[in-house]
Design a protein around this ligand. Structure first.
Ligand SMILES: C[S@@+](CC[C@H](N)C(=O)[O-])C[C@H]1O[C@@H](n2cnc3c(N)ncnc32)[C@H](O)[C@@H]1O
Length: 255
């Protein structure tokens, strides 16, 4: 029988909390400059295509104030501005390294994205500030309900939360092949992209990423469970769409 969501969240936190508090920020700061190339290598370019499709589903009014949560290297913000330059994007992420790379990427494209360096479990914004919020490829690293409730708080009534991430596949056959893929591709990506002058010629922190990344998905939620957590956080009119054979999902939810 499926564990209730609160129990599952408790298990996630016990298993992953020490990575979240310690290694993870070090890893993202270390890999910032190579993160986007590594992502494309790891997914054979599919992730960028999936992101564009996700951004294509974001429907917000002209001039909308948008918060990109866990913005990393500003990939979502840049694609949003390419789609509609009238959006006013605020990026929030706790990694200065990822945001430094993101600022360079945005500037190269001629876009301006405001950057806030902060943990996202407590968003440093007043209630009802934003018309929209996006969150891509980071929820696996977070206390999910807590962050979803914070996003709900800072959205204006009627605002949209647009979420895109890898999820735990529901189908056991898909899950089996997916984990085999992760077990092969994560070490290859780590050794190909994160080679520096660190331990044995490789970044010490990136080495730890390998097992964590698989665990973070293994202990994560299915698309249906994410829909339930969105409901619990107060969202309504939730549209969910599984992608990449059930290994990823897009959720659009209204406050
Ligand atoms: C895999 S990257 C995804 C970046 C971006 N959203 C994208 O789609 O490419 C995950 C990001 O989440 C950020 N992150 C993880 N935990 C965080 C936390 N507790 N508070 C703020 N940022 C966090 C990391 O610093 C990293 O930049």
């Amino acid at each position: 029988m499926q564990a209730p969501l609160a129990v599952k969240e408790d298990i996630r936190q016990k298993k992953l909390d020490s990575y979240w508090d310690n290694e993870l920020n070090l890893v993202f700061n270390d890999i910032a400059e190579r993160y986007d190339s590594a992502n494309d290598f790891f997914s054979f370019g599919l992730w960028s295509v999936m992101r564009r499709s996700f951004v294509g589903r974001v429907k917000l009014p002209e001039g909308a104030e948008v918060l990109d949560v866990c913005a990393g290297t500003n990939a979502v913000g840049i694609d949003l501005l390419a789609k509609n330059p009238s959006f006013k994007i605020t990026a929030i992420d706790r990694s200065e390294g990822m945001q430094r790379t993101g600022a360079i990427r945005a500037k190269e494209k001629g876009f301006k994205i405001k950057s806030v360096i902060s943990d996202v479990h407590q968003l440093p914004f007043a209630d009802e500030t934003f018309d929209g919020a996006t969150l891509e490829a980071a929820t696996r690293h977070l206390e999910v309900k807590r962050v979803f409730e914070e996003i709900y708080r800072v959205l204006k009534p009627g605002g949209f939360f647009c979420h895109h991430d890898l999820v735990k596949p529901k189908n056991p056959v898909v899950a089996f092949f997916y984990y085999q893929y992760l077990k092969v591709m994560i070490p290859i990506t780590t050794f190909t992209f994160f080679r520096t002058k660190g331990l044995m010629g490789y970044r010490k922190s990136a080495l730890k990423l390998r097992s964590y990344f698989i665990e973070a998905i293994n202990f994560f939620y299915t698309s249906d469970e994410l829909t339930e957590i969105l409901k619990e956080a107060g969202f309504r009119e939730i549209e969910a769409k599984s992608t990449a054979g059930g290994t990823a999902a897009v959720h659009i939810a209204k406050k």
